[in-house]
Design a protein around this ligand. Structure first.
Ligand SMILES: Cc1ncc(COP(=O)(O)O)c(C=O)c1O
Length: 400
């Protein structure tokens, strides 16, 4: 929705608008003798140097052990240094005040629903096949789900744009539209003009574009739409350190949006949601050297995908097609029966046999809209990809 007609206050829950946020100690001061947050002044206990008093009666003498991360202190509640680095990564995002950090993008998903949707009253709109957590978060928060499926013909996996707009505009209870680009499990980047069409429509709620896989896009296929948050105050762009940066274990997700929306997300989150350890690793990963390596790794994974995995899979018997745009670090492989029809029986059989007897785990997606007969296979290392291909070849050759 264009700047002129979007009003954030109309779509936030009244309790969130009225919320007086918790003020944490580190919001005020972070230097000097810090006796304001009930931290442990002796440092991390497990690293303390402890000398028992020689007379046995007095308390032991304790000095803090080496701890360059000051783990006994609460972290920066806003992760400001990491946000500064994110601005380097996503040019066009004006300020760290436009960036929210969550415990994985899964926390961002939950917070977006919690600040906008009243339980038992409001709804979200999703476009299946899509990432499963949107629906799960809606259920947890007792929020309804309206589905407008992607156009799946020929594995295109693009928005049914007019149907999305029509459904969203027709039902004022819909507060958030979730778009996933590149999509999971589709691996397909949505057309930018379609995303803009939704943003330009009279829909008065938030439009979230989940870009978890954006760094795997070939440059000629486009890039992030994070910079559009300056144009569209109803837009939230989600990203994550879990995929291209290879840091799923630190649980760091990013929401890029208007300053006003980020303000409310910050008010709602737990005060110190992202740990010192996660912030420390993220800062390193987002350094100039870290970014350069991330780009090398994503190029290497894309090459494995395009030059080895896809062509080799296509050569196998019973592989009907590799669906979607292949814009992510996985492929959606459709298996067909002897008559050329998509076969969940074959896909499920392969999935189970590989997981239970071959130590090779992929994901069965055959029940998702437009994904009949499909396995979603993450691009592995060169050796792992060779194993997937060889295992599938041997199993498929045995099928009549
Ligand atoms: C589209 C999409 N969004 C979000 C996530 C979750 O990311 P995070 O690890 O940051 O919670 C995933 C994880 O698979 C995903 O596929």
């Amino acid at each position: 929705m264009p700047v002129s007609s979007f009003e954030l206050k109309r779509i936030l829950r009244p309790n969130i608008l009225a919320l007086e946020p918790y003020r944490c100690a580190r919001d005020d001061y972070s230097e000097g003798i810090l006796l304001d947050a009930n931290e442990n002044s002796y440092g991390a206990a497990y690293r303390a140097e402890i000398a028992e008093a020689s007379d046995g009666g007095a308390a032991p003498r304790i000095s803090a052990g080496a701890d360059e991360m000051s783990l006994h202190r609460y972290p920066d509640p806003l992760g400001r240094e990491v946000k500064r680095r994110i601005l380097e990564l996503r040019p066009g995002v004006p300020s760290i005040d436009n960036v929210f950090l969550g415990v994985g993008s899964d926390e961002v998903i939950d917070l977006v629903v919690r600040i906008t949707c009243r339980p038992g009253v409001d709804k979200i709109l999703i476009t299946p096949p899509t990432y499963g957590m949107y629906k799960v978060v809606a259920s947890v928060n007792d929020v309804g789900v309206v589905k407008v499926p992607l156009v799946v013909d020929g594995g295109s996996f693009q928005l049914d744009t007019e149907a999305v707009v029509e459904a969203a505009v027709a039902d004022p209870a819909i507060k958030v539209i979730w778009l996933c680009s590149p999509g999971n499990p589709t691996g397909t980047r949505l057309r930018e003009e379609d995303v803009r069409r939704v943003l330009d429509s009279p829909f008065a709620g938030l439009v979230v574009v989940d870009e978890a896989y954006v760094d795997f896009l070939r440059p000629e296929r486009g890039g992030s739409c994070a910079a559009l948050v300056t144009e569209y105050p109803g837009l939230v762009v989600m990203q994550t350190m879990s995929k291209s940066f290879g840091l799923a274990g630190i649980r760091l997700g990013v929401g890029i949006a208007s300053r006003e929306l980020v303000y409310y997300l910050n008010n709602t989150k737990a005060p110190y949601n992202v740990s010192t350890l996660s912030l420390r690793v993220a800062r390193e990963a987002l350094s100039d050297a870290g970014l350069q390596k991330m780009r090398q790794v994503t190029r290497c994974l894309a090459a494995q995908r395009d030059e080895y995995l896809i062509p080799e899979l296509k050569r196998l018997p019973h592989v009907g097609a590799i669906l979607g745009g292949n814009d992510a670090n996985f492929v959606l492989c459709r298996f067909v029966d002897g008559a050329g029809s998509p076969s969940n029986e074959i896909a499920k059989g392969l999935y189970t046999e590989m997981a239970e007897n071959r130590g090779l785990v992929v994901r069965f997606r055959g029940l998702d809209h437009g994904c009949e007969g499909c396995l979603r296979i993450t691009v592995g290392t060169a050796a792992e990809n060779a194993t997937v291909v060889a295992t599938l070849r041997s199993l498929l050759s045995a099928i009549a």
